[in-house]
Design a protein around this ligand. Structure first.
Ligand code: SF4
Length: 322
């Protein structure tokens, strides 16, 4: 990477302790995020991709401290978010916003669209009521809604329009950095491209930095500049979009790509789609976490955990065979 990163995540760990099944049992721990590091340059989109349960959403929530990380650092524009106290964090949140997967469940059904978009401005005490009203109108237009729609309630909008309201709400405090947590996976395909194109346009206009979470390789390919593939709380492959899709190295990434509908044999690769589910992060398999599903697994894969290594310039892979 050439310029200073806008966001730098180093060795992030988020572990959850569970209740002991009985008094003398060892306390189970969920290793949801286990030593994740990446950087995002200002104005770029970094994708975190993997199956459900791989830890990508917990990573995103930990970066925003909506879930408290166990250890590691999250440096946003020179400030370590993990070191802020609660009041500092509350104020700093104007720089970092989130768009959730399900717009309906992330908004108050009894609030109007205008009130929803205005809510971060009220919470963060930004502007006078008049300025807040003007900002709401500006944001509605920016995302392609009409100013008079500010008085409608969430149930009076389509799913795509509700996500537009969430995009407007995320933009309201003028953040530098936005987490997009599966923002189109609950929407029809036609609406998906409308929202993705809007995100790209807004990024260009406001030089926004995105952390984009998705299980869908086709969506990631469309929108992300750099991509990390996660499996059981760890990054197993990390590189730019072109290298990932044209020169894929990790057997897990190959299997994810094999599941993407495409007519391009280069993208399709030779791997068969994945079988079975991601193992439990409570008791991750020893050695390489992927060995129980990997078609190439060898004896050492069961014992030795492969280290994420830069095997080509800016192409990182965690696999003994890479
Ligand atoms: Fe497969 Fe072994 Fe590579 Fe893990 S280290 S991905 S089990 S070949």
């Amino acid at each position: 990477m050439n310029s200073q990163p806008s966001l730098k995540v180093e060795n992030l760990r988020t572990h959850f302790k569970l209740a002991r099944p009985h008094l003398f049992a060892k306390q189970p721990t969920v290793y949801a995020v286990d030593g994740v590091s990446f950087e995002i340059e200002q104005g770029r989109t970094f994708g975190l991709v993997g199956e459900s349960g791989c830890g990508k959403s917990t990573t995103a929530l930990s970066v925003l401290r909506l879930v408290e990380p166990t250890s590691g650092s999250v440096i946003l524009k020179g400030t370590d978010v993990c070191q802020l106290n609660q009041e500092e964090l509350r104020l700093y949140r104007r720089n970092m916003q989130i768009i959730f997967q399900d717009p309906y469940s992330s908004m108050n059904p009894r609030a109007t669209a205008g009130e929803i978009i205005r809510s971060p401005l009220k919470i963060l005490n930004i502007g006078t009521p008049q300025e807040q009203n003007e900002r709401v109108e500006e944001l509605l237009k920016l995302v392609g809604l009409r100013p008079e729609q500010r008085n409608l309630y969430p149930h009076q909008f389509s799913g795509g329009q509700r996500q537009l309201i969430c995009v407007a709400r995320a933009l309201a405090p003028n953040p530098d950095f936005i987490v997009c947590d599966e923002p189109v996976s609950a929407l029809d395909v036609a609406i998906q491209s409308q929202i993705l194109n809007l995100l790209v346009r807004l990024q260009r206009e406001f030089n926004l930095t995105y952390l984009f979470i998705s299980h869908d390789m086709a969506v990631v390919q469309h929108i992300c500049d750099d991509i990390a593939v996660m499996y059981l709380g760890k990054i197993v492959e990390k590189t730019d979009r072109r290298s990932l899709f044209m020169n894929v190295k990790h057997p897990y990434t190959k299997a994810l790509l094999a599941a993407v509908p495409t007519t391009d044999p280069k993208l399709k690769g030779s791997s068969a789609p994945l079988k079975g589910d991601v193992p439990s992060p409570i008791n991750p398999p020893a050695g390489c976490h992927f060995h129980s599903r990997c078609p190439l697994a060898e004896a050492r894969c069961v014992e030795e955990d492969p280290v994420l290594q830069e095997i080509l310039p800016n192409h990182w892979v965690a696999c003994h065979l890479a």
